[in-house]
Design a protein around this ligand. Structure first.
Ligand code: HMG
Length: 394
């Protein structure tokens, strides 16, 4: 049975900030953020956008672009580490906003940035087991990455969602979940305590944990899938908290393959996967899939039938290295989504506006309901302890 990603949708917030602006305001050399971290812009969500609205928008685009009807979905999973409720999953809000049918499993998965990959692997197994009975899965990765103002993590924020339609006979990337290596270990590199909106992170340790997990997952992959090497893949996409992390990851994987000059292959194998992430920042669960979308949308190489290597990392930690095959025509399909144009439509904030939005978001979960124009999926506020949303008018 051929299974994999049939189509995708992307949502980014309507606002962003240039990291050069942030660097100057923080008294940091802009080159540290632009070259040292490899990101030049990051997405900032205004107060009427949250994990739910981003997920709904990405999901809507994925369904539309694949011609999938709401009743074709038998499994709806939202991977997130920016939940909006301890009990009610983001997936339930998304089900309601998208009108997904009722004969469906609907739930949320969490393991930091790995939560979306957990959902994807579960969806592939669900289809291959026969339980799907011809239905498709919608797996949405949605997050708002938030660190404290003036912390080292501040330039590695971002926000966005990537939705994946997972099915038989996929039109983008074929995936076999048995072609995958995993690595998990209990570490405290990055976490978000229940009492905090901001993530806590042991920054340099988290980089080391990511690299250790990459080694562990890739070693496991090599044991399970002998003869397939990252070096032989046409392209590689890594979890991208910031672009430089992907470069560190690439050096490590290629070195494990015995390459003495790993940087030489970086632009060819990884460059295209960083074009969109460098303009959005870290979107946590969706980060790897934004890198994959970027690769398919911007690579100048013909990837038809070519093998890709994919690495997902979630702090805490759990990681997975897996391979997929690009379905002929996938690049045209993703290119036609107009992802770069979507990023270009965002409004670029001044530094003062950025700080105002970040402060206003602290009160988001108790914000009284305000009416809004129903031009998109929007968060209106909280009424009688219930989060209230509006969908775009048909
Ligand atoms: P920092 O201490 O501010 O930065 O923190 P630094 O001193 O390490 O510098 C960063 C890079 O800029 C270095 O390059 C410098 O040399 C360079 P490297 O040595 O790494 O190659 N640099 C310059 N380059 C050019 N011109 C200059 C200049 N100055 C310095 N003038 C850190 C950086 C990433 C640690 C911080 O931003 C942070 O804590 N970020 C959040 C944590 C994070 O993103 N960790 C990544 C791995 S964990 C992960 O990916 C999981 C995660 O997504 C969460 C989840 O799973 O849910 C985060």
């Amino acid at each position: 049975m051929r299974t994999g990603i049939d189509g995708l949708g992307l949502a980014v917030p309507s606002l962003c900030i240039d990291l050069e602006t942030l660097a100057k305001a923080r008294g940091v050399a802009p080159a540290k953020y632009l070259d040292g971290l490899g990101t030049w812009r990051m997405g900032i969500a205004p107060i009427d956008e949250d994990t739910v609205t981003l997920a709904a928008r990405a999901g809507h685009m994925a369904l539309e672009s694949t011609g999938t009807k709401e009743d074709d979905i038998g499994l709806l999973i939202v991977g997130t580490e920016t939940a909006v409720d301890h009990s009610k999953p983001v997936a339930s809000f998304v089900q309601g906003l998208l009108g997904i049918g009722r004969n469906c499993r609907v739930f949320e998965t969490k393991h930091a940035c790995y939560g979306g990959t957990a959902g994807l692997m579960m969806a592939l197994d669900w289809i291959r087991s026969g339980s799907a009975r011809g239905k498709k899965a919608l797996v949405v990765c949605s997050d708002i990455a938030r660190y404290g103002l003036k912390t080292a993590g501040e330039p590695t924020q971002g926000a966005g969602a990537v939705a994946l339609v997972v099915s038989e006979n996929p039109r983008l990337v074929e995936l076999d979940p048995s072609q995958s290596g995993q690595y998990a270990i209990d570490v405290h590199d990055f976490w978000r305590p229940l009492y905090s909106k901001d993530a806590h992170v042991d920054g340099h340790y988290s980089v080391q944990c990511y690299l250790d997990a990459l080694s562990g997952a890739y070693r496991h992959f090599q044991q399970l899938v002998p003869g397939v090497r990252a070096s032989d893949c046409a392209a590689l996409a890594y979890h991208v908290p910031y672009g430089k992390m992907a470069r560190k990851a690439h050096r490590q994987v290629r070195a494990m393959d015995g390459d003495e000059n790993p940087d030489a292959s970086f632009d060819v194998q990884v460059g295209a996967s960083l074009v969109l992430p460098a303009q959005v920042g870290n979107i946590y669960t969706g980060s790897l899939y934004l890198a994959l979308a970027s690769l398919l949308a911007t690579s100048v190489k013909n990837l038809d039938g070519q093998q890709l290597g994919l690495f997902s990392y979630g702090s805490g930690s759990c990681a997975e290295f897996f391979v997929g095959t690009v379905v002929p025509g996938a690049q045209e399909r993703v290119h036609a989504l107009g992802l770069q144009a979507m990023l270009d439509r965002r409004r670029v904030l001044s530094f003062d506006e950025y700080e105002q939005v970040m402060k206003a978001r602290e009160e988001l979960d108790v914000r009284p309901v305000e009416q809004a124009v129903a031009d998109d999926f929007r968060f209106l506020g909280v009424d009688s302890h219930r989060r209230t949303y509006v969908s775009p008018e048909a």
